[in-house]
Design a binder for this molecule. Structure first.
Ligand code: NDP
Length: 434
């Protein structure tokens, strides 16, 4: 904490992981002798750079860009790019640290990284977004490559932004390579990549519910967010017969006690991805309840809660309200969606709770599959990718059960952290002190 002041999210992530790991590693002398923990929490490299661009009024603007290359023990750095005003070095270090362990869980050879800028795409014109992305990539291209570091999307970075960044990379490097994932289908993308995080989350929740002998059909689900992850989690839930009761954005929550339908989903896709509008407009269009400034958790009674917006979006009071209203399965679509106190409450109460590094690993997994397809210069069918995604989520669940079983309960926090850590730590041990 003294070494990295002002990085509360990073401290929170590291503390949670170390506490979860401790019982399994305290007697592993070789881990301490090799300084694995000290090295794991120190990024291999942090790049910070200026991103100058010109807005539509001709005014010069300057944002701050970053890439945190956290750990390359098991493969090239891999992790998304976030454009949001809250982005700073500490937030990206927390995300890159989590990403390292998550990627260790996926069964694929990917190291951990994360990047972004404090740029707010909201309210910007197409031209402004394009010029920003080009300026961002003009510097970032020096530090990434298909065998070195392969960024993807995250908050504020979707297909549009990946396209602009890829175009600029190609122009500057004069080569067409799989340097980014989340690319469009006609230029190196993978089928099912847009869907992967949301679908993977729902596949994981199905595995969790199976522990209690139940399935998704008829389940009442509170969902937050309305971006990429929430959109496809919603679709797969609706397809699976679950009742999705809520959606949210940073302005408020829409509630539909009847459960959203495919028509609502189609309208949401147009609203968020084409019109780039607010959720209050969806509520108005369908005459649904809209709760200004509220989050979903205390406003409905549900069986399953899936935070899919941003970090620390579900706190202890929200957790208590969920449990009081009968919720017994919580899985994070957003990275570190729950505060440390909320997680402690879920673990004390022994409900089903899965941390993001396990539950939302479907996105980076299909990104890994996109890298494989780029190397092979092939495009796998949707069925092939979906089968692999299912297999990976199943393997992650098995790993959580293996390391996290506690009688007839599964502690997914312990399971996911130990499984991800062991994979990375073994590679670091084998590669010496580097
Ligand atoms: P999007 O930008 O597509 O959507 C983000 C959503 O979260 C929007 O509804 C946004 O609302 C809301 N949101 C963002 N910041 C805040 C905030 N500070 N308070 C309240 N709501 C907020 O991002 P994604 O769906 O891609 O990402 C969502 C989460 O999932 C993030 O934690 C991300 O790291 C994680 N994730 C994403 C993956 C992916 O493949 N995309 C993979 C793995 C994890 P508004 O429009 O009002 O800002």
């Amino acid at each position: 904490r003294q070494r990295d002041p002002g990085e509360p999210e990073f401290h929170q992530a590291v503390e949670t992981v170390l506490r979860a790991l401790w019982p399994d590693i305290e007697n592993r002398e070789e881990i301490f002798a090799a300084g694995i923990l000290d090295r794991l929490i120190e990024p291999e490299r942090v790049i910070q750079f200026r991103v100058p661009w010109v807005d539509d009024q001709g005014v010069v603007r300057v944002n701050r860009g970053y890439r945190v290359q956290m750990n390359s023990a098991i493969g090239p750095y891999k992790g998304g790019i976030r454009f949001h005003p809250s982005v700073n070095a500490g937030v990206l270090k927390f995300l890159a640290f989590e990403q390292t362990l998550k990627n260790g869980l996926t069964t694929l050879p990917m190291g951990g990284g994360k990047g972004g800028a404090d740029f707010d795409p909201k309210g910007k014109s197409e031209g402004e977004v394009m010029r920003f992305c080009q300026s961002f990539m003009t510097e970032l291209q020096r530090h990434i490559g298909p065998n070195l570091d392969v960024p993807a999307g995250d908050i504020g970075v979707g297909a549009r932004e990946v396209g602009y960044m890829f175009g600029q990379y190609k122009r500057l490097k004069n080569e067409f390579t799989g340097v980014l994932t989340g690319k469009g289908l006609t230029w190196g993308g993978s089928l099912l990549r847009p869907e992967a995080t949301g679908y993977g989350l729902v596949y994981f929740v199905e595995e969790m519910l199976r522990q209690k002998g139940s399935g998704l059909d008829g389940m009442r689900v509170a969902l937050s967010g309305s971006g990429n992850v929430a959109q496809y989690a919603m679709l797969m839930l609706v397809e699976s017969g679950a009742k999705v009761l809520t959606l949210s954005d940073s302005s408020g929550t829409v509630v539909n006690e009847e459960g959203f339908t495919r028509d609502h989903w189609r309208a949401l896709m147009t609203l968020k991805n084409e019109k780039r509008g607010r959720l209050s407009e969806l509520a108005a269009e369908f005459n649904l309840k809209y709760l200004e400034g509220e989050r979903p958790w205390a406003n409905v009674s549900c069986d399953v809660a899936l935070p899919c917006a941003t970090q620390n979006e579900l706190d202890e009071a929200d957790a208590a309200a969920l449990l009081k209203n009968g919720c017994y399965c919580i899985a994070e679509g957003s990275n570190m969606g729950c505060t440390a106190d909320a997680v402690s409450l879920f673990r004390r109460e022994k409900v089903l709770y899965a941390p993001s590094k396990a539950a939302n690993a479907g996105g980076v997994s299909v990104s890994g599959l996109e890298m494989s397809q780029n190397s092979l210069r092939l495009l796998w069918t949707e069925g092939e990718v979906d089968e692999k995604l299912h297999a990976i989520m199943h393997a992650i669940h098995n790993a959580c059960v293996k390391y996290g079983r506690d009688g007839d309960h599964v502690d997914y926090v312990r399971g996911a952290n130990v499984a991800g850590f062991m994979k990375v730590a073994e590679a670091m041990l084998a590669q010496g002190v580097v």
